[in-house]
Design a binder for this molecule. Structure first.
Ligand SMILES: Nc1ncnc2c1ncn2[C@@H]1O[C@H](COP(=O)(O)O)[C@@H](O)[C@H]1OP(=O)(O)O
Ligand SMILES: [Mg+2]
Ligand SMILES: [Mg+2]
Ligand SMILES: [Mg+2]
Length: 333
């Protein structure tokens, strides 16, 4: 008997795994190969390679499915970036991706260029936490499938994350399917099915014993406001700061109890590819995710979470009081 989304899971896991391995190999060799995007954020050979590989695999298996991905190939068509494109092609050749050529690489990347909501689509962040990637810290390859506005499958490839039950193993692949639980497998393990380790959030309802995590970048989440919340709730432990959706994984596997993402400026809207996979992972591990006002995140609004502000992730028991405190401190206004 097949379980729902089994084929999607197989294809997506194998694509994210391959992309994560390419990212790892680029990270090991990284020098100064960074492009600056129009919004001044960085993008590397690994971001583009990861998006190309995953979109190629999804397009082959599910040609009808749109992909809302973070990157596009516009910059790669420019003559000045010709060498950069050649380096992406070289990475894909090294990974033995069939039919690799500059034209196909751009085509695959642009296959991830959907922007609009549809009844079934994938959302992809080929490297979430590019700044963490450049610092050789945490980053994640993030892929999720959304059907009728609901996240039904999520995968996070975290090449620098210790495996939850064996910290000597570096590199963890997290996956979840709605109503089927949340799991971790070592990124290097070949027999993924056998090694699947179910992950769970903590059960504490005591803020004084709890730990929260947040972005390294204070421009992505307000450290000042999280400090105020921590003081009000008597959270004594130091926050754990790490880049990317690895924060969702840390809560899902019980290494922290809370993840706060508090707006730094009015008008910023979170992008769906920065959250979808992580949200389902935490929910399936028993936790709760809302925005800072306590509203569920709405994944049927196109590429942004248009109707939400910030994100609050907890183990569940800590959620109501945390949302209430954000209101009392007027952080949600
Ligand atoms: N003002 C902002 N508020 C929240 N998130 C942001 C903001 N600016 C960029 N981001 C996104 O935060 C994500 C990284 O989060 P974290 O710091 O938690 O690792 C990136 O995907 C980044 O998007 P982008 O890569 O498009 O700049
Ligand atoms: Mg980016
Ligand atoms: Mg990214
Ligand atoms: Mg991102």
């Amino acid at each position: 008997m097949t379980t729902p989304f089994q084929r999607e899971l197989e294809i997506a896991l194998s694509a994210v795994k391959q992309a994560s391995q390419i990212c790892r190999s680029v990270q090991a060799a990284i020098t100064d190969e960074v492009l600056e995007k129009k919004d001044k954020s960085p993008v590397t050979i690994a971001d583009f390679s990861s998006q190309a590989v995953i979109c190629r695999a999804l397009n082959e298996a599910f040609p009808q499915d749109p992909i809302i991905g973070e990157e596009d190939a516009a910059e790669l068509h420019l003559e000045e970036n010709h060498e950069f494109l050649e380096k992406i092609v070289a990475e894909l050749n090294k990974a033995e991706i069939p039919e690799t050529s500059p034209e196909n690489v751009c085509r695959w990347i642009d296959h991830g260029g959907a922007k609009e909501y549809s009844s079934r689509f994938w959302t992809l962040d080929p490297i979430d936490g590019t700044k963490g990637f450049l610092r050789k810290e945490q980053y994640a390859v993030s892929l999720a499938l959304i059907v009728d506005g609901k996240i039904v499958l999520g995968i996070l490839g975290c090449p620098n994350m210790p495996f939850p039950i064996d910290e000597t193993v570096t590199g963890t692949l997290y996956y979840t399917v709605a109503d089927q639980g949340a799991f971790a497998i070592p990124l290097n393990q070949d027999d993924q099915e056998q090694a699947a380790f179910p992950i769970r959030v903590t059960t504490t309802d005591d803020f004084s014993q709890s730990r929260f995590c947040e972005s390294v970048e204070s421009g992505h989440s307000s450290h000042g406001h999280s400090q105020q919340v921590a003081e009000k709730l008597d959270i004594e432990k130091e926050p754990r700061r790490l880049d990317s959706q690895a924060k969702y994984a840390v809560v899902a596997q019980g290494n922290a109890d809370i993840y706060m993402r508090l707006p730094t400026r009015v008008g910023y809207r979170e992008k769906i590819w920065d959250h979808a996979a992580g949200v389902l992972l935490v929910q399936e591990a028993g936790g709760t995710v809302t925005d800072i006002t306590g509203k569920p995140l709405e994944f049927d609004q196109g590429y942004e979470l248009k109707n939400n502000q910030g994100v609050i992730v907890t183990n569940g028991p800590l959620h109501p009081e945390l949302i209430q405190t954000l209101g009392e401190l007027a952080i949600n206004e």
